[in-house]
Design a protein around this ligand. Structure first.
Ligand code: CO8
Length: 260
């Protein structure tokens, strides 16, 4: 695949996608969003890829938001098309049947924060900065921020960020549950890849079912959600990895999972 705005590599079951427009702090234009969607579909369909890691090129930004220079003269219908592309891409990222980790190496503002919200895990550098500053340029979040942010950190904290347009550092992001872990900048990728490789070695079908149950059960009534979980769990009993996992436990040895 020939990408212009992202770098995409695969190693030891882990795909790494790097937003690569460092001169514009990796701001997301429509072309970059389309490439992200293509790469998400590649990850979904390629059995050799077990985990996806997203990060930003350079030492300053993950993604500093949607590309303001591209957006400034959009008419409402064009803006809507750009939003729909973002909404569709981030939903596909969110429900991809493999774990996605954001390695947030710097500014993750506006659409940048929204991309991280569609990931399963958020690992941040101590230099990372988060916020929804759209209000400061006369907008509101348009790639799911008004919905995913309150679900993750609570309504009050989300409103403070979205209405106030302020920025928070990695430590505060950790305090409010916006990120899972914080690392010194020079350790961020190493630690993220270490965790990604660990996930890549997990039983793939169980990983897929766990993510499916969490994603699609979250908005259901508890009875229905628990039923969904039971069905997902029952399906795991059809896999070689379930048999191997339990056999290895009883034989007091490490399991050799095959991803089937
Ligand atoms: N879009 C376009 N260019 C950008 C963006 C951006 N979001 N962010 C930074 N850049 C560019 C700057 O214009 C600058 O370019 P140049 O060198 O050519 O002048 C370069 O990147 C470096 O930026 P700065 O000189 O500003 O660097 P600083 O270190 O001084 O500041 C900041 C860094 C704080 C990150 C600052 O650049 C900034 O505030 N950026 C904008 C952040 C922002 O408002 N993001 C939200 C955008 S709106 C959004 O994301 C909505 C998403 C969904 C809606 C979709 C609707 C269609």
């Amino acid at each position: 695949m020939d990408y212009q705005n992202i770098l995409f590599t695969i190693e030891q079951g882990v795909a790494t996608l790097t937003f690569n427009r460092p001169k514009a702090l990796n701001a997301m234009n429509a072309e970059t969003m389309a490439e992200l969607l293509t790469a998400v579909n590649v990850c979904k369909n390629d059995e050799a890829i077990r985990v996806l890691v997203l990060t930003g090129a350079g030492d300053k930004a993950f993604v500093a938001g949607a590309d303001i220079s591209q957006m400034q003269s959009l008419r409402p219908q064009e803006a809507l098309a750009f939003m729909e592309l973002g909404i569709e891409t981030l939903r596909q990222l969110e429900i991809m049947p493999k774990p996605v980790i954001a390695a947030i190496n710097g500014f993750a503002l506006g659409g940048g924060t929204e991309i991280t919200l569609a990931c399963d895990l958020r690992f941040a550098s101590e230099k990372a900065v988060f916020g929804q500053p759209e209000i400061l340029i006369g907008l509101i979040p348009g790639w799911g921020g008004t919905q995913r942010l309150p679900r993750l950190i609570g309504m009050g904290r989300a409103k403070e960020l979205i209405l106030g347009g302020g920025q928070i550092d990695a430590r505060r992001a950790y305090e409010i549950g916006l990120v899972n872990r914080v690392f010194p900048p020079e350790q961020l990728m190493e630690e993220t890849l270490k965790f990604a490789r660990k996930l890549a070695g997990m039983p793939a079908f169980a990983v897929k079912m766990a993510k499916h149950s969490i994603n699609f059960g979250y908005d259901l009534a508890l009875d229905n959600a628990c039923r969904l979980e039971s069905e997902c769990c029952a399906q795991c009993f059809s896999t070689d990895d379930q048999k191997e996992g339990m056999k290895a436990f009883l034989e007091k040895r490490k399991p050799a999972f095959k991803g089937r």
